[in-house]
Design a protein around this ligand. Structure first.
Ligand code: FES
Length: 165
């Protein structure tokens, strides 16, 4: 009778258990590796600033186009998104949306006061981070994220201003 069963089910149980254990450990190794990779990816993702958004990079000016204390207008990321690029007196570059956060009038750079000014209702924004210095604007100006690539200045993303306190 036992012989009959072995003929019907010719499974080597020793070998079968060995394979199952090996498969189990292989699965566990892969699963724990996957969890480790997933944890690292989640940690990296969670450190990305939530108020930053990247867009297709765009060359917006040559470094020689500006001098300290000067500004020029450009559009980013869409042609209708008017922006302003400023070379600060210390030589560094900053860029912001030109659209005032009050009623969307275009802001201009005031080198004598080193700020961005909206003539419609006397709103003013800091050149350092775009926060509201005066007037009715309810929010900071969105900042354009820049990269210097050789002699060119590129726009690579937009950082929304933190809400004013
Ligand atoms: S539109 Fe800029 S302050 Fe009103």
């Amino acid at each position: 009778m036992d012989t009959h069963v072995n003929q019907d089910f010719p499974i080597d149980w020793e070998e079968d258990h060995y394979v199952s254990r090996r498969e189990f450990f292989k699965f566990m190794t892969l699963a724990s590796g996957g969890l480790a990779v997933g944890s690292v990816a989640m940690a990296a993702w969670s450190k990305l600033p939530r108020n930053e958004r990247t867009f297709e990079p765009s060359s917006i000016a040559m470094r020689t186009d500006l001098q300290p204390g000067k500004a020029l207008a450009f559009s980013y990321p869409r042609p209708k998104d008017l922006c302003i690029l400023v070379q600060k007196p210390d030589g560094s570059y900053v860029a912001y949306s030109r659209r005032c956060t009050h009623l969307s009038c275009p802001v201009d750079y005031q080198p004598d006061k080193d700020r961005l000014f909206c003539p419609c209702h006397n709103g003013a924004f800091s050149i350092e981070d775009g926060h509201v210095l005066q007037g009715p604007p309810p929010h900071p100006l969105p900042q354009i994220m820049l990269e210097i690539r050789g002699d060119e200045i590129w726009a690579v993303g937009v950082k929304a201003g933190e809400a004013s306190a």
